[in-house]
Design a protein. Sequence first.
Length: 559
Amino acid sequence: MLCKECGHENPAINSTCQNCQAKLYLAKLRITLDSGRHQTHFLFPQNYKLGRGDENEIVIADPSVSRCHAEIKFENGLFFIVDSGSKNGSLLNNSHFKHQELHDLDCIQVGNVLLNFYDQTGRSVPGKLRTEEFVQEEFFKFSRNRRTEITTDAVLHTMFDLVLSLIHAEKGFLFECNQTIRPKFKFGKNTKRELVSENQLSQTDKLIIDEAIKLRDMKITFNSSDSKSVDGSGWQRIAVPLIAGKGGEFQNSEVIHEGLLGVCYFCSEEKSKPISKRKQELLNVLIHQISIAMENEMLVSEAKEEKRRISEQLLAARKIQQKLFSNANQKFETLQVATFVAPCETVGGDYFDIVAISGSKVAIAIGDICGKGLPAALLASTVQAAICSHLEYSTLPSEIIRKLNRLLIKSTADSIFLTLFFGILDLESGILEYINAGHPPPILVRRNNSIEELSATTFALGIFETETEQQKTIEKTIKFEAGDILVMYTDGVIENRNGNKKFYGRKRLLKLMQSISATGNIRRRKLETILKNIVDDLSDFSGEERQEDDLTLFAVKRK
């Protein structure tokens, strides 16, 4: 290759003259791959095909690049970029092209790969700082990094910093319109990315911001004048309203109506030429990203507020539920009662109660609504209220169960049912009449340390509307004597699972109760200690596994 400076003939592969060290190339192409790796190519006065295929002069090994993606042509002493009809498309300074002249610092995107063009002929204007390409490259880098988890706040600050760089503003301020259309100061920054206060805004600045909000359009003020300059005298202040996208849905009706998220304001005392078309296009892209970030932030904030409100309501519901079930811990002269409750969520669908009917009779109940959370908790409260209401008119377990079944069939969905153990205990005779409607069998520990289960006597409630012989509510009667203990539980106990997804199971619970009764006289055992032993064994079994269902233990002992 002939050196234009000294006339020396150089090998074609040389980038500089062997004789005078002058540059032989006319431009450089810096390629940034999607992985972040860089490579540089020297451009001589010839044509260069770009693509993934090995037949190209410049091979770009990236799957997003077509085999023959584009071509850099040298025509009349200038380089041009030509799109070869690539599948993934090409952009020049964020715009589509077919055949376009290349200038110093132009940014080309082919697929996911960035190419920066550097003219080495000195044709660029001396002293002219070109920031569009720098900002564009930084924007593309940040966009690629957003594949990983980046906070909304990080997006907001990064885009804001890029705008400051793009328009060479000395200061920038961001306002949000959250509750009203009046702007609320969010943050301000200077060219060093340092935070600045709202106090640095003048009355003129505030008037420009108000005007931009009123017009819902970008407001540019030149030399403190409201009219745009046509002679390149320069601009000083720019205000850009942030408008919500169509996807934004806010509870605040005023924000929905106005569509205003906030406003960006940038100011500088240095004179410069009006914003170029290329800067204007990139500015619109960055402002759009700021709007999206602001919109997301508002949606997240609103979601958090809604979550907080729901949490408060659930906590209130839990207190009400605890108060409703507190009767189960009331003191009886001839009975001891102990409970342990661990809802899977804030409130649960387990139900238990002990109700004094008269001086000599009490009703004992434990039930489990299929499901968990607030719907199950509401139904559990309804069941408790219904049983208490029916007890005022009848003390026959079968009659109460039938009425409760009709209520569930009539007022709940087909998929909802209730397992229930319900009994009436005569404190004078020690007779316990009970019905077990599909509930896990309570464990009766006799004072002589023998153990038996009170198995199901009928189906769960809320499933069958009419009774057949197979579905008939069958009452059973047992003797519940002094020193006997009745341990009741919900299926959250026996269906508790460990890391191997194995269930705790009835066999393990029975084995534990047998172990407890075998270690000493069961009559001397405190009910709280027995329940603690069960809970500890459950904890040892499940380990760190998350609880999947409501868990309730309810024990009654005759003194």
